[in-house]
Design a protein around this ligand. Structure first.
Ligand SMILES: NC(=O)c1ccc[n+]([C@@H]2O[C@H](COP(=O)([O-])OP(=O)(O)OC[C@H]3O[C@@H](n4cnc5c(N)ncnc54)[C@H](O)[C@@H]3O)[C@@H](O)[C@H]2O)c1
Ligand SMILES: [Zn+2]
Length: 282
């Protein structure tokens, strides 16, 4: 979807044909040519968001473009179009959507309306993803709806550093986006917990954790992180990539810091701390 949106944008805005000038808030003047979007994966919500992602092979970067001009005129979100996905792709794209829901809920700009979308998305995705991986009708329908609902939220407020770090892992090691999100999400949740008030209690509740109201802050935060780790493991995603080299850490951290999703993160970060978070994958 990202590439198609970029093509549609450049047809309407030929002055952006260098592509790199589209990074971040894209300086386009005209809406992209009309797109009818039919997602065949259940993760990105690109059919409904103001974002698209471009891979810059030469510079080993995956960069995010933010532009309301890219929104398709029609989105056909049909779980039957997603039913041919292999298990691993359902799992990874599902964890991409779960990352959107959790980071959208905790991002700095979050507010009541987007909380509504994100909490509902966390709930739907959590109850659907295991079934979707087993190809159940309810599971696939839930994931089609859940990823879309997350997109309706985060497109309005942004995300955080889990996708920033995932974009970088994808660009450098070719790690599939959803797998990289799934690896980063619990690490990032632990790192950011202190800046999220009582939000992890609601995240844990949405994932069906029992008795959250009787838990201390430390307990419900831990429970939320563990529920995410368990979901990811249950759908077969490893917790670490096979290759991650110490000498790559400076580039990885700088690239993640430069990512358009990073400034919205619940906790202010820096290149050194991002290096430390990447190191947890080794
Ligand atoms: N809102 C956004 O703009 C947004 C959000 C998150 C991620 N992204 C970006 O989206 C990209 C990932 O997109 P994706 O997760 O949809 O995967 P993808 O489009 O990269 O597809 C992954 C692979 O699965 C195949 N495939 C797709 N649908 C299939 C189906 N139904 N059956 C069998 N095979 C199928 C594709 O041909 C491809 O080989 C990344 O570049 C990521 O950074 C964008
Ligand atoms: Zn994503």
């Amino acid at each position: 979807m990202g590439y198609i949106e970029a093509v549609g944008i450049i047809i309407a805005n030929p002055e952006c044909e260098d592509v790199r000038s589209l990074e971040g808030t894209a300086p386009t003047k005209k809406p992209c040519v009309p797109i009818i979007a039919v997602p065949t994966t259940s993760g990105t919500a690109a059919e409904v968001t103001i974002n698209y992602v471009i891979t810059d092979v030469e510079r080993k970067r995956r960069f995010v473009c933010v532009d309301p001009h890219d929104i398709p005129v029609i989105a056909v979100v049909d779980p039957e179009m997603m039913a041919s996905m292999p298990k691993g792709l359902i799992a990874s794209t599902g964890m991409d959507a779960h990352t959107h829901a959790i980071e959208g809920y905790t991002t700095k700009a979050a507010w009541e309306m987007t909380d509504m979308f994100h909490l509902k998305a966390i709930k739907i995705i959590f109850r659907s993803l295991r079934g979707a991986v087993e190809n159940t009708k309810e599971g696939l329908e839930g994931m089609a709806l859940g990823q879309y609902t997350a997109g309706m939220g985060f497109s309005n407020v942004g995300l955080g550093i889990a996708p920033s770090m995932a974009h970088t892992l994808g660009a450098v090691y070719d790690t599939p986006h959803g797998v990289a999100c799934a690896m980063m999400l619990p690490i990032v949740m632990e790192y950011s917990a202190a800046c999220t008030g009582e939000k992890y209690r609601e995240i844990a509740r949405a994932m069906g954790v029992a008795n959250v109201d009787a838990m201390s802050q430390e307990e419900y935060r831990q429970a939320a992180v563990e529920a995410v780790r368990k979901l990811s493991a249950d759908v077969g995603i490893p917790s670490k990539p096979p290759v991650l080299k110490e000498e790559d850490l400076p580039f990885l951290a700088e690239s993640a810091y430069a990512d358009a999703c990073r400034p919205g993160h619940s906790k202010d970060t820096n290149v050194e701390e991002l290096k430390g978070l990447f190191r947890k994958l080794m």
